[in-house]
Design a protein. Structure first.
Length: 557
């Protein structure tokens, strides 16, 4: 029995820490997050010394978060295609090397604004590759009932580091300069690297070869587009991330311009935001029990907007700290609720890509927002930038009318593996395109209800890998309906068949109930032959070769 199966199953916040594997990786990730926060503090403060330009100071956050926006989707695809442990180790090597290079440049006195941003970008690239593999692997380390707690603990890990990391970073910078802060960041990645080496992960068996990276990314994007829950989460995440990023990107300027503080003050303010985030994560289970997902998100967004406005108007350290405490709790409540919705909504085959899409949304929002608020602060001042972001964040409450976040409590994420269909033509995995046609016989009086059901089935087909879905009605035989879609290759069709969850499969079962003929559904699977694609040899087709697939003769699609 593996460690995941021996979970407590209590669903309490600390339950996942009773598992040795999760506890070891979580502790090491806490140290790595601590190092990342020390890097963030050191880089942001170093930029204020290297350049007086507000937009360059704000670009530090952009450099750290932009890789997540650019590379998260390919990283998520890689996490789903290959061993997540090996992917995580490769990512940590990138961050280790980049962190060591930044420390060496700083100690040698070679740091410049653009060199600093470049190394921050490389460290962020390593984290962009690491994060989807790490987060998608959480479901392999804990039982499903403890998954929300594990997600919250991972958020707490980052925010515990946010609470004490800035203070430590401020002390290091004040006592020994930013060079030592960059070196400490590098060392903090080492325990996590060791923990990932010690994880003896057993890869899940698969009978199909990995997807091509472009198709894997496309599959993830299409799943997000055709999944209403994930689409709403991603759009709302980006909508919150853009105005909410004003806190992290402008806090150095708040310290310098509004509070007239030094590096230690900056660390204290960041620590206040982090402590508030930890408190928000601790309170999340009670919030989820008391409020719906949408209600919790809307309330958090409104309170966060008010806190940002208070920070922009305040010149008193204590008042700013109080506002940051509340803002941190609201920020964490909103983002962790969205993260849990993603993890509880998607099947395992696309978990890394769905999480990557979520991370792309938040990273893209922070990266774009940081640049926007830095530019506004440069021309209109720090207070004006914060007040503008607060107003924009409050306006995002209107989005609940069109992109409402659903409540997810017990989504069925297990997929149903169907047997391969009967095949009498020699096919290889690359043979294609494959055309699928299903003929239904439906009473005329039930045509409207059948059509509505097929619209829901369409989304399920498309998000699992089908293309060019259509439904047609025979004009000479009104009871005859034909569903049609295609997959790029035979392997892609086999993947599409194996990706449906029980809930998605039930959509087809409900559509099949409309079929009134005594005969079974008529299913055709066709190998499309574009002009010029077939070569004749010895009176046989030479375009497709390889062993035929196994057959069961069942009309399942």
């Amino acid at each position: 029995m593996n460690q995941r199966a021996r979970g407590s199953g209590t669903g309490s916040l600390l339950a996942p820490l009773r598992l040795p594997l999760f506890r070891r990786i979580w502790t090491a990730s806490l140290l790595s997050n601590l190092g990342f926060m020390i890097l963030s503090v050191g880089a942001a403060w170093n930029m204020t010394l290297l350049s007086p330009r507000a937009e360059l100071v704000a670009l530090v956050q952009t450099a750290l978060m932009l890789p997540m926006m650019l590379f998260a989707l390919p990283a998520g695809a890689i996490a789903d295609m290959y061993d997540r442990r090996k992917v995580a180790l490769t990512a940590l090597v990138i961050s280790l090397v980049a962190g060591a290079g930044l420390a060496a440049a700083a100690f040698a006195g070679l740091a410049t604004p653009w060199l600093l941003l470049g190394f921050c970008f490389l460290v962020g690239t390593g984290m962009a590759l690491f994060s989807p593999s790490w987060q998608a692997a959480v479901a392999e380390q804990v039982p499903s009932e403890d998954l929300p707690s594990a997600v919250a603990l991972n958020s707490i890990s980052f925010n515990v580091a946010r609470s004490i990391g800035p203070a430590i970073g401020g002390l290091i910078v004040a006592a020994a300069g930013t060079s030592l802060a960059f070196a400490v960041n590098t060392l903090c990645y080492v325990p996590l690297f060791i923990a990932m080496i010690l994880w003896r992960r057993t890869p899940l068996p698969t009978r199909l070869p990995p997807e091509r990276i472009d198709r894997a990314v496309s599959s993830g994007v299409r799943y997000a587009i055709h999944s209403p829950a994930i689409r709403a989460v991603i759009l709302r995440t980006a909508a919150i991330g853009i105005p909410g990023s004003a806190i992290s990107s402008l806090l150095p300027l708040v310290t310098r311009d509004l509070i007239a503080g030094q590096a230690q003050t900056y660390g204290i303010l960041l620590g206040a935001f982090g402590i508030g985030s930890v408190l928000g994560a601790i309170a999340l289970p009670r919030i989820r029990n008391a409020l719906s997902g949408e209600a919790a998100l809307s309330l958090s967004s409104l309170l966060l907007a008010l806190c940002i406005a208070a920070i922009g108007l305040s010149h008193i350290l204590v008042a700013t700290i109080l506002a940051l405490l509340i803002a941190g709790a609201c920020w964490m409540t909103a983002l962790t609720s969205l993260n849990v919705t993603v993890q509880m909504s998607v099947p395992r085959w696309v978990a890394g890509r769905a999480l990557a899409a979520y991370q792309t949304a938040i990273a893209g929002g922070v990266a774009v927002g940081s640049w926007i608020w830095g530019s506004i602060a440069e021309h209109l001042g720090t207070s004006s930038a914060l007040l503008t972001s607060a107003a924009l964040l409050a306006a995002t409450l209107l989005l609940r009318q069109v992109w409402r976040v659903p409540d997810v409590t017990a989504a069925n994420r297990d997929t149903i593996e169907l047997q391969d269909p009967e095949v009498r033509l020699a096919l290889s995995g690359r043979s294609g395109p494959i055309i699928i046609e299903i003929e239904y016989r439906v009473d005329v009086d039930e045509a409207r209800a059948f059509y509505d059901r097929m619209r829901k089935l369409r989304a399920a087909r498309l998000r699992t890998g089908a293309y060019d879905w259509s439904i047609a009605r025979d004009i000479a035989d009104p009871e005859c309906w034909i569903e049609r879609f295609h997959c790029a290759t035979w392997n892609e069709y086999l993947r599409q068949r194996s990706r449906s969850t029980a809930d998605e499969r039930s959509l087809f079962d409900e559509a099949r109930l409309f079929h009134r003929s005594e005969a079974s559904l008529r299913v055709r699977r066709l190998l499309e032959r574009p002009f010029g694609s077939v070569r004749w040899r010895d009176n046989a087709f030479a375009a497709d070769s390889g062993p035929p697939a196994s057959a069961d003769g069942l009309p399942s699609i």
